[in-house]
Unconditional design. Structure first.
Length: 183
């Protein structure tokens, strides 16, 4: 009797598992576009890397105070260590690092170091408190300057190389390494 019960339980478990799709959790409320952005230039901050390092912060639903801290409820998409020969983001396609050596138009992959995200990650913030962190392990973004002085950013970011989060940011560029804000 006990062996029949175990067999029935195993068959049910296999049936239930085969019905589930093997896809990671995707929070459906992530923004499809961002309303403001900030580019920071850290210069050539690594001794062993001959490139300038920039970071890109994008915001939706959050307000920046005078000390560059976020306030409110919304999202912050952060891409750190973007490697460039120049000190500005230029039009082109940027990819997460595949190898060990940085090259222009590449950026760090996302990684979680014991609860501290680095590289590419998305923060969900509610009432000034981080409620969810999604680290993306790879991705790309395309920066296009259009004829009307607009700047378009299109992101495709991946988690465990299984699904893509797509988002955009479009603005009139406000000047070299200044805050970007949607008009």
């Amino acid at each position: 009797m006990k062996s029949k019960f175990c067999i029935v339980l195993a068959v049910l478990a296999v049936g239930v598992c085969s019905c589930r799709k093997n896809t990671p959790y995707v929070y459906r409320g992530w923004p499809k576009s961002y309303s403001s952005a900030w580019v920071e230039n850290y210069g050539q901050c690594y001794d062993s890397v001959p490139y300038n390092v920039l970071a890109l912060d994008l915001y939706e639903g959050l307000v920046m105070d005078s000390t560059h801290h976020t306030q409110g409820t919304g999202y912050n998409l952060y891409i750190s260590d973007i490697f460039m020969e120049d000190t500005v983001l230029e039009a082109g396609t940027y990819h997460s690092l595949q190898g060990a050596e940085p090259e222009p138009y590449t950026f760090l992959r996302g990684k979680d170091y014991e609860g501290y995200p680095h590289g590419i990650y998305l923060l969900q913030i509610e009432n000034n408190t981080i409620t969810h962190i999604q680290v993306f392990d790879s991705g790309q973004f395309v920066l296009r300057d259009t004829t009307n002085g607009l700047t378009d950013l299109h992101f495709t970011l991946y988690y465990k190389n299984t699904y893509g989060y797509k988002a955009t940011y479009t603005t009139t560029f406000q000047g070299e390494l200044q805050p970007w804000s949607k008009k």
